[in-house]
Design a protein around this ligand. Structure first.
Ligand SMILES: Nc1ncnc2c1ncn2[C@@H]1O[C@H](COP(=O)(O)OP(=O)(O)OP(=O)(O)O)[C@@H](O)[C@H]1O
Ligand SMILES: [Mg+2]
Length: 383
């Protein structure tokens, strides 16, 4: 029996990774020529998986690549320690050589060469709060890699995943300012900033008053088109004992809107059900897989729903039925008993900040397609 070919909840690569050729080419060529990139999308659209594909290409072209996931970083000291350790531990020279370089390039960080085991040297920097308060510390830390790459005639690339998390601890925006002013002069190192909290990413990179305004090329990742999903799903479900037509596969995409994580999740459920139920009706199998996904996500959705005000819930119900609509039109406000346009505006802002809705061409939409189905499910009480 073959194994389930659908994966969700971790980065995907190889045959589980589809599409994104254009984005990979665009991002890879930008980073190679020293152009920094800002890659953003809602959660679980595939940013990390995509950047890992880009990495493979950059590394095979001889670039030094460094990956940092800032999701759990909650203070400037931890950021500085994480950044410097990631950079120092990945350099390709011997420990003694790196140590001399670090001493020359980062003198105020008082580097120490320590051995955790006889043959395992590591360089420790003094990155206490006091040291970080000095004006020179952060620029020196960021400039180190540029100087190292210049000296070694190499190119480097640093990826900051979940970059918006710095907003949580960088309250005086010092890191934002000092990082921008240091790295804007770097010519041998390019940077990729990834983020999934759309409103925070927009504030960081699209607000004229913020240091990172106009920094780098913006790439907004969308969902994956049905034309890429259908052959992938069909091939993945081929050996389950049930046969799925293109139209049946398309129904899955209609349910998920091509959302990468949910499409893989539903298909994974479908694969399990098809294998265990034998030749059941394909329509029933798809319904069953959707119910299984609801059951899996129910707890998280209830938590989100419970924390919403009645006005927020009413707006979500309206958007679940009619996304991308002229939200503030009198007719729409009346049809869904949403109240005055000014109060709806405040509700929209709150839901955007919570990462539940996002702007579209004409209006707004609920970001999570399965949450949309969950809101519209038949047993939902009338509001
Ligand atoms: N190119 C792809 N082809 C197929 N499935 C994909 C692709 N990219 C992502 N996925 C699916 O989406 C899931 C989430 O991917 P990934 O972790 O890369 O997204 P992310 O945007 O970094 O998420 P987060 O915002 O949670 O960090 C994967 O586990 C996989 O199921
Ligand atoms: Mg990610």
């Amino acid at each position: 029996m073959s194994t389930n070919p659908f994966f969700y909840g971790r980065t995907v690569s190889g045959s589980a990774f589809i599409d994104r050729e254009e984005e990979i080419t665009e991002i890879t060529s930008s980073l190679k020529r020293g152009q920094s990139v800002i890659l953003f999308s809602p959660r679980r659209y595939g940013k990390t998986s995509l950047i890992k594909q880009v990495f493979a290409d950059l590394e095979s072209n001889g670039l030094l690549v460094f990956y940092l996931d800032l999701y759990r970083i909650t203070s400037l000291e931890r950021f500085a320690a994480y950044y410097s350790q990631t950079v120092l531990s990945s350099l390709r020279s011997g420990a003694d050589k790196i140590f001399s370089l670090v001493k020359a390039l980062l003198p105020s960080l008082k580097p120490k060469l320590t051995y955790t085991e006889p043959n395992l040297p590591s360089i420790e920097l003094e990155l206490t709060l006091e040291a970080l308060r000095k004006q020179s510390t952060l620029p020196e830390m960021f400039d180190f890699l540029e100087k190292y790459c210049n000296k070694k005639k190499l190119r480097g690339c640093v990826v900051f995943d979940e970059f918006q998390e710095i907003s949580g601890f960088d309250v005086d925006r010092r890191l934002e300012r000092e990082m921008r002013s240091a790295i804007q002069h770097h010519t041998s190192v390019s940077y990729a900033f990834l983020g999934s909290k759309m409103h925070l990413m927009r504030e960081l990179f699209r607000d004229k008053n913020r240091p990172f305004y106009n920094f780098g090329k913006h790439v907004e990742l969308g969902t994956i088109d049905a034309k890429h999903w259908i052959p992938f799903i069909k091939a993945g479900l081929k050996n389950t004992g049930s046969s799925f037509t293109s139209e049946e596969c398309r129904r899955i995409i209609v349910l998920t809107g091509g959302h990468p994580y949910y499409t893989q999740m539903i298909c994974s459920e479908l694969w399990e059900q098809a294998v265990h139920c034998g030749a059941a009706d394909v329509g029933d199998l798809i319904d069953g897989a959707l119910q299984a996904v609801f059951a899996r996500e129910n707890h998280a959705f209830i938590e989100i729903w419970d924390a919403l005000s009645p006005a927020e819930r009413r707006l979500l119900c309206a958007l679940a039925e009619k996304e991308d609509t002229a939200l503030f039109a009198t007719e729409f406000l009346q049809q869904y008993r949403l109240g005055a346009a000014s109060s709806v505006q405040r509700v929209v802002e709150r839901l955007s900040k919570k990462g539940i809705i996002d702007r579209t061409g004409k209006g707004y939409r609920i970001i999570d397609p399965v949450f949309t189905h969950w809101i519209m499910r038949e047993d939902q009480p009338e509001l």
